[in-house]
Ligand binder design. Structure first.
Ligand SMILES: N=CN[C@@H](CCC(=O)O)C(=O)O
Ligand SMILES: [Zn+2]
Length: 413
């Protein structure tokens, strides 16, 4: 099966040579080809270039993209889309003046979602989650990381991971699974956190490894949740089972978790709303990708990750949604890219790099996705008729996507 996209107004994020991620000043460079063609062969990008060099070959399908642009699908490296029910009541509580912290301390928050999830069957959980997955695919997401962490018992965590596995087996979008058992301390372990950590490392991890249920291990390193020592303990335990570390860190307080992430060779450190100079320093010249989650800042009215300061310090940055029922009930990467430009003062070039190439790196799919490069999967966004790619973040809240493709196949509504 060969598909030719011709007359593409602008082909965006073209990387002739594979590149793992971009940092600092290079984040502001977004290579494109105007009036371009793109050939997809059996789901992979096989050729692209300027229309004047478009080869005359026999193809199975021709798509005329006149007036429209093509870019690689968004790579959303941080989500919690497998959850039960919602937390709309807490949303209203916050409108009425309660803080996210106060709600959590009153038995709401993550524990509230865990209670619902424990009472939900695996089948129902799958049905609820697949609706969210299909929704974000239509919004242009072509690779997604999904975390457990609303189970908080061995059985319920495994149930979540099995749902992720079933999504992986059913959909052609790239999916990576993360074990986030250390998302919150269950009430029954409140005075005995060590026992809960032992349960995760000694009972859950061997089962997860045996059933190949996760690629990554994560922990919420935060005041009132898990300490830096807990973080190092969990991440190192996960590594023994072949899981690669990631961390939720510096969301409300900076307690040294970024340094722990770097020390444990985390693939990414995520949230980073509160960044001290020493945290920025710690990330320099490392392979750990900082990930910002602007929709979470928007929804909770907390600070935005200081993108300008980080990029000017020479760091890379990725953008993700954090789609979850408590802090970010939205999986819209288009909104994330707009909000990064509007609130974090990222340029459209920086934001698109952060949501494609750098996002792919933050979830370990940079060799397969995240740019228009020969041999990569043809997970693509075809825009509506727009004058420039900057119009996508500019026209926030308006859907500028006409069609999405996974492995070269149009995914219809
Ligand atoms: N901060 C920790 N975990 C999730 C939200 C958890 C929740 O409120 O359900 C996050 O990334 O924002
Ligand atoms: Zn999260």
């Amino acid at each position: 099966m060969i598909t030719l996209f011709k007359n593409i107004k602008e082909l965006i994020q073209v990387r002739t040579e594979p590149i793992a991620f971009v940092s600092g000043k290079a984040m502001n460079e977004l290579p494109t080809i105007k009036n371009a063609f793109l050939i997809v062969e059996n789901g992979l990008i096989s050729d692209f270039g300027s229309m004047e060099n478009c080869p005359k070959i026999n193809v199975s399908e021709v798509i005329d993209a006149t007036g429209r642009m093509i870019l690689p699908s968004w790579c959303d490296s941080h989500t919690h889309i497998v959850y039960a029910g919602n937390r709309e009541n807490e949303f209203v509580d916050r409108i009425n003046g309660w803080s996210y912290e106060a709600i959590a301390n009153n038995g709401g928050g993550i524990l509230n979602s865990a209670k619902k999830l424990q009472e939900t069957s695996e089948e129902t959980l799958y049905q609820e989650s697949k609706v969210r997955l299909e929704e974000v695919i239509q919004l242009g997401t072509g690779a997604i990381e999904i975390k457990s962490g609303y189970g908080l018992t061995v059985d319920a965590e495994l149930k979540m991971l099995r749902v992720i596995k079933r999504l992986k087996e059913t959909y052609s979008i790239a999916i990576k699974a993360t074990f986030l058992g250390a998302h919150a301390v269950p009430l029954e372990y409140k005075e005995n956190k060590e026992t809960y950590l032992k349960l995760l490392t000694e009972e859950a991890l061997p089962k997860i490894a045996e059933e190949h249920l996760a690629e990554y291990i994560d922990i919420f390193c935060e005041t009132g949740y898990f300490s830096v020592a807990d973080t190092e303990f969990i991440l190192e335990a996960g590594k023994k089972y072949g899981l690669i570390p990631k961390i939720h860190v510096n969301q409300f307080t900076a307690i040294g978790g970024v340094q722990a992430g770097v020390k444990c060779q985390a693939l990414s450190v995520d949230h980073l709303e509160i960044m001290r100079d020493e945290d920025i320093e710690a990330l320099k010249n490392t392979k750990t990708m900082p990930v910002a989650l602007p929709s979470c800042s928007y929804f909770l009215s907390i600070p935005y990750t200081p993108a300008r300061k980080m990029i000017e310090a020479g760091l890379p940055l990725a953008l993700a949604t954090d789609y979850n029922p408590g802090s970010t009930p939205s999986g819209n990467m288009n909104f994330v890219v707009s909000t990064a430009c509007i609130k974090m003062k990222m340029t459209p070039e920086e934001a698109i790099n952060a949501a494609t190439l750098n996002g792919a790196y933050a979830m370990g799919v940079e060799e397969e996705l995240g740019s228009i490069t020969k041999g990569k999967q043809a997970n693509l966004i075809l825009t509506k008729q727009i004058n420039s790619y900057g119009f996508m973040p500019y026209s926030f809240g308006t859907n500028q996507i006409e069609k999405v493709y996974l492995k070269g196949k149009e995914i219809g509504v």
